[in-house]
Design a protein around this ligand. Structure first.
Ligand code: SF4
Length: 315
């Protein structure tokens, strides 16, 4: 049987063996994130609709689960925001009733969590994976490009309400877009929001595959480490990095000369990636790669300044 709604199972560090269930048509979402690895949102909406019937989704699951496959989670995710399907509650209770041996996870952008009916529908899930990438309104607009009227405050309020009602684990994802939500003020606002929300864990992510906007680049691992340390300071909520590190990138012979130039330049002061790219007359992505190469050898450090992240030579 070919499946329209199921994908995987995929193996991930975050969820183990997870079968994806997509309950939303391509590409309905309440946000249009610059980093979206699916694509640009074509149907920007906050209106819940019965996009697919419970029986249609259950039919595919019945077929797939007939042989009792080993799964860590059945996960609602896919090409849009799963909570936009007003039949989600029916699908969740249908799976729980028929397949109680499987755990359910929900990946959500948190935008509809202020809706008490929706929260009641998703309570039977075994794991919640909501996201919050920005708290200040300009940053929220820039990273997540939400539908009109939706404010970052709505996401935080919905997450606080969910925490009050849901006793299972909440792992809050924060997706870092270098140059937009990685500056100190925003990270401190996110930290304040995390303390209000009280998730069980915070997971920092960054670009892995090309995003909706070509200019979005992955964060350097060192910068993510710096953000992790800020979020973790004086907090009992564990903070971890789930982004792929790209540590494995190797330096070609032709890049070695530029690498040496970069090292000499770094020895003269603290610079942002954009400044280094301008000085060395190379693309900023190339600077990222070279910095990562140096970071791997513990030769550079990242420092948060009010204008962004600056890199310094450590020796
Ligand atoms: S919320 Fe998720 S699906 Fe929607 S635009 Fe952002 S990354 Fe893409």
């Amino acid at each position: 049987m070919k499946y329209k709604h199921l994908f995987g199972p995929v193996v991930s560090r975050r969820l183990g063996i997870s079968l994806g269930v997509d309950v939303i048509p391509y590409k309905y979402c309440s946000l249009n994130c610059v980093y979206c690895e699916v694509s640009t949102t074509t149907h920007l909406t906050l209106k819940r609709k019965p996009f697919y019937e419970v029986s249609e989704i259950m039919g595919e699951l019945d077929d797939f689960l007939a042989d009792n496959p080993e799964l860590d989670y059945i996960t609602f995710s896919g090409a849009g925001e799963p909570t936009l399907n007003s039949n989600l509650g029916g699908i969740i209770s249908g799976i729980k009733e028929k397949y109680p041996q499987y755990k359910l996870a929900l990946i959500t952008n948190s935008s509809l969590l202020t809706d008490p009916e929706l929260r009641a529908e998703i309570l039977p899930c075994d794991l919640m994976l909501p996201s919050l990438d920005a708290v200040s309104e300009p940053c929220f607009q820039e990273v997540n490009r939400p539908i009109d009227k939706l404010r970052a405050e709505d996401l935080i309020q919905g997450l606080v309400q969910l925490r009050a009602e849901y006793t299972g684990p909440i792992w809050l994802e924060v997706f870092i877009v270098p140059g937009i939500n990685d500056h100190l003020e925003e990270i401190e606002l996110i930290k304040e929001a995390i303390e209000k929300i009280q998730p069980d864990k915070v997971q920092i992510n960054s670009l892995d595959r090309p995003g909706a906007e070509a200019w979005v680049e992955p964060a350097i691992y060192l910068a993510l480490e710096e953000i992790r340390a800020i979020l973790q300071e004086d907090s009992v909520i564990p903070v971890e990095i789930i982004a792929k590190t790209h540590w494995e990138s190797t330096i070609t012979v032709s890049e070695e000369a530029v690498l040496n130039e970069l090292v000499e330049y770094l020895k003269t002061g603290q610079y942002s990636k954009a400044e280094l790219a301008k000085a060395l007359e190379i693309h900023v992505n190339e600077v990222s790669k070279l910095l990562q190469h140096l970071a791997k050898q513990d030769l550079v450090a990242a420092r948060h300044k009010h204008k962004g992240i600056y890199y310094i030579w450590k020796q």
